[in-house]
Ligand binder design. Sequence first.
Ligand code: SAM
Length: 285
Amino acid sequence: MLTLGLNNKPKLSNETFTLISGLIYSRSGISFALTKKYLLEARLQKRLEGLSLKTFEDYYYYLTYDAEREREITRLLNTVVTNETSFFRDVMQLNAFRKGVMPRLLSEKDRTRSTNIKLWSAACSTGEEPYTLAIMLLDDGIPTRGYGAEIVASDLSDNVIKSAQAGVYEKYSLRNTPEAYIAKYFQNSAEAYAVNKKVQELVKYRKINLYNALEMATIKSVDVVFCRNVLIYFDDASKKKVLAHLYDSMNRGGYLFVGFSESLHDVTRLFKPVSMERTVVYQKV
Ligand SMILES: C[S@@+](CC[C@H](N)C(=O)[O-])C[C@H]1O[C@@H](n2cnc3c(N)ncnc32)[C@H](O)[C@@H]1O
């Protein structure tokens, strides 16, 4: 039966919502409550149009049985994620990284005669977060002080990774960025801001799904993880799973930043909260 809404667009029934959101959950850990059905319906209209399908039931059938289903599941995940981000987002956390975490980390590195520093932006979206980390490392002279700094940046969505690798932004993405950094670390032409090569060179991009144990196991020995503003899309069970994967990828004593409004309280005891610069950072125990 063809189910159409008032505007002649296909309607997503509760049953098909349960099937599609179940598939999304099983592949990514992203949890859509029934109250968010309208969101999924709106975001997936384009996929139906792209495939010339008339109903969400046909779309679910395509996702389940078509020879191209794996490619379409990737597109589906690209479509449902929220990519909102900016350079220098939540500056209090960045201060905690710079003034709290980094001095402790460097003195630990010096004590153990190690020089490698590995950061990971684990849901990097279009690259603003890892490039912000790179700018701070460069500005604090970390790479020139004899440390080998590396920033891994990953995301589930290949669309955002492509855009991150291009490294070109509109002024709006830089709304929280100090002018002195814009002048020093970007090239500005025709309303576009491109990150400088030396910033780009510090960041290596990968496509990694936080929910996928095999993909997550490829990242090891990380000193500081930024996994900000993504846990909010997971339920407690998928948060636990993702946090356990992150834990395994980190060095003992390593630091974890989650989003300003996210908390590990009641989710896991793998990390202990540490107060720094008026914010909470988690440490691997
Ligand atoms: C709102 S953005 C956050 C970007 C950045 N961390 C920040 O705080 O500004 C959330 C990102 O998480 C990614 N994401 C969602 N589920 C994911 C998963 N299971 N694995 C990896 N990335 C995921 C999305 O593709 C999106 O780019």
